[in-house]
Design a protein around this ligand. Structure first.
Ligand SMILES: C[S@@+](CC[C@H](N)C(=O)[O-])C[C@H]1O[C@@H](n2cnc3c(N)ncnc32)[C@H](O)[C@@H]1O
Length: 261
């Protein structure tokens, strides 16, 4: 059927009506590099336009979530830069039809523009240590990775350094890697052991291929808990991670980090 599943809308309503979350805002990730899909209805039968956005629901536990949009300001447009440089001569202050009063004060430099809820980010990563090591070791790359700019945007806007970031559908652990770089603590859950094991490649940039093979071998063969610096990889659901923080070991498949210092 070319018509769409309503599942995501039902999830949205159930999260709010049954669990009590608030919908703080809906975001749309526009991937300009996305190939036309679904193939059957877009390419073959030419019924639908191609899907180019993925929805990101931002849910909060309260009606006033912790957030600061100033942490994710977007670069100013060239027009705005000119206005900031010379607000007086750029144009005459006047009232717009929208009701916004565009005075000379509008030309104040706030360090960047308030971002839109349409995040335009291409998914074109081809150089990461993750991809390189997957190829070198003949392992399947995660088929649905997202670019680190997606978690980076929300981690910056919604958390501070040392806060904990959790991804319960971690895949190749883009979220944990990004959280680490942004000095957050993090936990990632993933049910596919192979995806979880190879996600450590993200943390092995600069290590020799012998080290990489040894780490992967130990993770896959003994299902050991493994430490890379402060990152704990616990791949055995039956074992508790013997980390400094015992509360991390919940008996699930997970990988976690303390945030780069
Ligand atoms: C879309 S992928 C996430 C990709 C990730 N954002 C990345 O950049 O690599 C979703 C992942 O969730 C995992 N998954 C699905 N159901 C799960 C569950 N119940 N518990 C843990 N992981 C699950 C899948 O194996 C898959 O790897």
């Amino acid at each position: 059927m070319p018509s769409r599943s309503l599942y995501n809308f039902r999830v949205l309503l159930a999260f709010c009506d049954e669990i009590g979350f608030h919908l703080a805002e809906d975001f749309y990730w526009f991937n300009p590099a996305k190939l036309p899909s679904p193939i059957e209805w877009v390419n073959k039968r030419k019924i639908r336009a191609k899907d180019s956005v993925n929805t990101v629901w931002w849910f909060s536990k309260t009606a006033f979530p912790k957030a600061d949009v100033r942490k994710v300001l977007a670069p100013y447009s060239d027009r705005m830069k000119k206005l900031i440089e010379d607000p007086e001569s750029f144009y005459t202050p006047k009232k717009r039809p929208s009701g916004h009063d565009i005075s000379a004060g509008f030309g104040k430099d706030n360090g960047g523009a308030i971002p839109s809820n349409l995040l335009s980010i291409p998914n074109t990563d081809s150089n990461s240590s993750y991809l390189r090591l997957c190829k070198e070791l003949g392992l399947e790359r995660h088929p649905a990775r997202f670019p680190s700019e997606i978690p980076a945007f929300f981690i910056k806007m919604l958390t501070d350094e040392e806060d904990v970031v959790l991804d319960i559908f971690g895949g190749s652990n883009t979220t944990g890697f990004t959280a680490e770089a942004l000095k957050r603590k993090w936990l990632t859950f993933e049910m596919n052991l192979e995806y979880l094991a190879s996600s450590v490649f993200r943390f092995l940039e600069g290590h020799s291929s012998e080290t990489v093979k040894r780490v992967l071998g130990e993770l896959n063969n003994s299902h050991a808990n493994y430490f890379i610096g402060e990152t704990v990889c616990a791949l055995d659901p039956a074992k508790k991670a013997k980390s400094k923080d015992e509360s991390l070991g919940q008996g699930a498949l997970f990988i976690s980090g303390a945030g780069a210092r």
